[in-house]
Design a protein around this ligand. Sequence first.
Ligand SMILES: *[C@@H]1O[C@H](CO)[C@@H](O)[C@H](O)[C@H]1NC(C)=O
Ligand SMILES: *[C@@H]1O[C@H](CO)[C@@H](O)[C@H](O)[C@H]1NC(C)=O
Ligand SMILES: *[C@@H]1O[C@H](CO)[C@@H](O)[C@H](O)[C@H]1NC(C)=O
Ligand SMILES: *[C@@H]1O[C@H](CO)[C@@H](O)[C@H](O)[C@H]1NC(C)=O
Ligand SMILES: *[C@@H]1O[C@H](CO)[C@@H](O)[C@H](O)[C@H]1NC(C)=O
Length: 175
Amino acid sequence: MGLLEKQLCLVSLVLFVTLFSATINVTSASVKEANALITWKATLQSTNHSLLTSWILPPHDNISTSASPCSWFGVTCNFDGSVNRLNLTNSSLNGMLDNFTFSSFPNLAYIDLSMNNLFGVIPSLIGSLSKLIYLDLSINQFSGNIPPQIGLLTNLDTLHMVENQLNGPIPQEIC
Ligand SMILES: *[C@@H]1O[C@H](CO)[C@@H](O)[C@H](O)[C@H]1NC(C)=O
Ligand SMILES: *[C@@H]1O[C@H](CO)[C@@H](O)[C@H](O)[C@H]1NC(C)=O
Ligand SMILES: *[C@@H]1O[C@H](CO)[C@@H](O)[C@H](O)[C@H]1NC(C)=O
Ligand SMILES: *[C@@H]1O[C@H](CO)[C@@H](O)[C@H](O)[C@H]1NC(C)=O
Ligand SMILES: *[C@@H]1O[C@H](CO)[C@@H](O)[C@H](O)[C@H]1NC(C)=O
């Protein structure tokens, strides 16, 4: 092989590896996560002026089979392309967490939804986020009780809930 052929061969190998890894990064986990985020976004009110314009599925993709949310605003993924951080602090979000499918996010470790207008109860299904380390729901309009299921989050080391309309006792499970 001449030098040029060798270089061409190397270039196509690099291209192949790059394309291949780009493809495997869109895992079925990330597709599930993308659809779950889109479903939740659809329940938010006045997303018009919000920062969530990057939260879109590819065109003509109703329930997406190829989307990855990893480059979306406020979303960070781990090396395997699965969402591990959701940071939507101060993002003018107006809505509830009722239709946020926590069970679709097996690797979610950091959630920062502080300083929005989120209201309603904190769903007990939040207890299914087994990897959760950090949860900040402060400065919103959440009401009702703090769900005892938060006590199931054995990795949780930071919990911020100030400035909401929560009532009832702090569940002893948290302690
Ligand atoms: C959540 O989803 C259910 C069923 O699709 C729907 O009836 C309800 O209005 C949704 N809740 C919110 C807050 O959008
Ligand atoms: C939403 O955005 C469109 C175009 O940017 C604008 O014409 C419309 O008034 C906005 N709606 C609301 C409720 O702000
Ligand atoms: C999504 O798919 C369903 C079922 O195939 C269809 O009824 C619906 O109109 C589609 N929605 C959009 C926005 O394409
Ligand atoms: C979220 O983003 C804000 C502003 O960029 C930053 O100050 C905060 O530390 C972040 N929170 C988390 C949990 O990453
Ligand atoms: C929240 O966002 C608004 C508008 O983007 C900005 O003016 C304000 O400084 C932010 N507040 C904090 C505490 O980051």
